[in-house]
Ligand binder design. Structure first.
Ligand SMILES: [Zn+2]
Length: 489
């Protein structure tokens, strides 16, 4: 196996060389590493090297819907799904994923947890198309189809009845496939997975507890266990969910999921804005992770999750951007800055604000653990994969360089990303993607966008008729008092 010696670079801690063998780091040393004779040398002088950022929560199908909406709550976004994600062909699914992979690579992100969606049920071919996009781009991913057996309108009690009769009839066609079909399709996909699980692995995502019958959640849990796959869900993301969950289950959503036996070390709760202290302690006791998405939580008006309290309770916290329809770009540098700022805006008790070091740890090692890659990604250490971002220290973001971690979290915005290595292979070199033809991608995406705009005209019109009803019914639910056992900040 050939060696790669990355020489003369600066790590966050100071100058060091990195020796890579195959796809793995074998040595990191502050002094010159004597290089094996077969080494290829990568000159990293003038570069800051950091472990590839890891996006713990995003939605690859959202990329073709980029920029479609503005003032969306989570519930309005869900209502818009047939418009933003309707009528997708297999090629669209590939394309949408590839757009996101290209963006993430160009912005220093080397692995992601993709909760992709297919309506009315996931398919083996659809999941393969998504996996192919990541493989072709050279990026790592955990791919979890978002599944449910209840539509949004069936999930929120009273909402269907609040619609005028003709609209009630129209939303009938948004019904999902029967739970047995969906579980069977996922089983087929998990069973016949063709991709190297070190690079692209499958997982299971019962999308939102309220959208899933208990039997369905248990079925998802069984699949995850059987195939040693992760389980990911949107947990107490919006106040509407927290209020309805309490009413429906007589306990919090986290307590409900736990009572179904699906919360464990492979469990990732996305958002967790409305978790209380008891929920957090429960997740921590089970070894679960939270994928914190501060940008999306602000963009959808969901609230500000308490990352400090999550860390204090002992939860593994990863960081995500969420999808392009809820937080627009997939820029993990921006997600880090948002995580830092969101913690600060909770109040003036500065001693409880998360530090830049904690934010960076969430975006690397924390996310790695949420993806199930805790022993392979997120650190520069022997035995870890060589997923390395090279930042140009000549970029204005780094003039001058005072504290590297502060600058990475607060100043860097992706514009200094010069090269990206994944598993010892360059995927971005001198700002150019090596595996993706961006000009062609733009042409293909524009063709798809045009076609989908036409095909989804009726779905857009349906959204416009639903918006006033959902947009008043759900915020009214969210105005109900919710007595959470919250740590006072
Ligand atoms: Zn999400």
């Amino acid at each position: 196996m050939t060696h790669i010696l990355i020489r003369g670079g600066r790590l966050l801690e100071g100058p060091a060389d990195i020796l890579v063998r195959g796809d793995t780091i074998v040595e990191v040393a502050a002094s010159d590493i004597p290089f094996p004779p077969d080494s290829k040398i990568v000159d990293a002088r003038g570069k800051l090297l950091h472990p590839g950022l890891i996006n713990a929560h995003m939605h690859g199908h959202g990329n073709l819907g980029k920029g479609m909406g503005d003032r969306w709550t989570l519930e309005l976004l869900l209502t818009a799904a047939p418009w933003t994600n309707g009528n997708r062909s297999l090629e669209d699914k590939y394309l949408s994923t590839l757009i996101g992979a290209a963006e993430m690579l160009m912005k220093g992100c080397t692995a992601c947890y993709d909760l992709m969606a297919e309506f009315p049920t996931p398919s083996v071919e659809g999941l393969e198309a998504v996996a192919r996009a990541y493989r072709d781009a050279g990026m790592r991913a955990v791919i979890a189809p978002m599944v449910a057996d209840l539509s949004f309108f069936e999930a929120i009690p009273g909402l269907l009845e609040a619609l005028p009769a003709p609209l009630q009839k129209e939303v009938q066609r948004l019904r999902l496939a029967p739970s047995g079909t969906t579980l069977e399709n996922m089983r087929k996909s998990l069973h016949g997975w063709k991709f190297d699980r070190d690079e692209i692995r499958p997982a299971v995502a019962p999308t939102i507890p309220l959208h899933c019958s208990d039997e369905f959640i248990v079925g998802c849990g069984n699949l995850a266990r059987e195939y040693a796959a992760g389980l990911h869900t949107h947990l107490s993301e919006s106040k509407v969910q927290a209020v309805v969950g309490l009413r429906k289950y007589g306990k919090s959503l986290a307590a409900h999921m736990d009572s179904l036996g699906v919360v464990g070390p492979g469990f990732t709760a996305a958002h967790g804005v409305w978790l209380d202290d008891e929920d957090m302690k429960r997740l921590a006791a089970r070894g679960a992770s939270v994928a914190h998405n501060p940008g999306s939580n602000m963009r959808l008006g969901s609230g500000i999750a308490d990352m400090r309290r999550m860390l204090e309770c002992g939860i593994n916290v990863g960081l995500g951007t969420d999808g392009a329809t809820s937080s627009d770009n997939l820029n993990m540098y921006e997600a880090m800055r948002a995580a830092s700022l969101a913690s600060k805006v909770r109040g003036p008790g500065w001693q409880r604000w998360v530090t830049t070091k904690e934010v960076l740890a969430a975006a690397t090692a924390g996310s790695a653990r949420a993806l199930g890659f805790g022993d392979k990604l997120g650190r520069f250490a022997p035995g870890f994969k060589a997923d390395i971002v090279f930042l140009d220290l000549d970029n204005v973001n780094w003039i001058p360089l005072n504290d590297a971690v502060n600058a990475l979290v607060h100043t860097e915005d992706g514009s200094a990303v010069h090269s990206v290595m994944i598993g010892g292979r360059m995927v971005l070199e001198n700002r150019r993607l090596l595996n993706v033809d961006l000009a062609r991608l733009a042409r293909d995406a524009e063709r798809a966008r045009e076609r989908l705009e036409r095909l989804n005209r009726d779905n857009k019109a349906l959204y416009q008729r639903l918006e006033p009803v959902v947009g008043s019914f759900c915020p009214a639910l969210a105005r109900e008092p919710l007595h959470l056992n919250r740590y006072a900040t």
